[in-house]
Design a protein around this ligand. Sequence first.
Ligand SMILES: [Zn+2]
Length: 192
Amino acid sequence: MTDSIHFSFEEMWEKIMACDRKYDGLFYTAVKTTKIYCRPSCRSRKPKKQNVEFYYHIQAAETAGYRACKRCQPETEKSPEAALVHDVILFLAKNYKQRLQLKDISDHVGISTFYLERVFKKETEETPRTYLDRIRTDKAAYLLKHTAMTNLDICHEAGFHSPSNYYKIFRRLKGCSPSEFRNEGALPDEMG
Ligand SMILES: [Zn+2]
């Protein structure tokens, strides 16, 4: 199990452009021109790419002189249940490459699998399993668009443990096959 999250700048940039809530709490967007930091899902006007830097911890952003955004309130205290779910999400984001069973996750946060599923569903409206599928699918989508890796390599790199699983889950979440997704064309920000 690794101890840190590794998102590239491009991955984080894509997530903030999509206002993707499922990465809230995993990193923060700091804008050099306004000295404000935000959650990835913040709906405030998007900064210019060259003015953005990312932090994995609030404290680091604040030490660097950034203040919390009034709109998305990234520093707000969480309820105990939300804090627990955040721990689970952090664990999934760090360990998506591993073969994870529900019990590994519940052991990590020190609760029963039953309580884990219930509290996770209440906070996120999905299960830890489907959440993990989405993290893996996002990783695969990123690699398809930004690297020349083969589908088999991407399958393993994104934590899918069999190609059939990879193709099935990818298609369910993205509505097309990995190869179709890759051939859709370059993202606009790659043009310049
Ligand atoms: Zn904000």
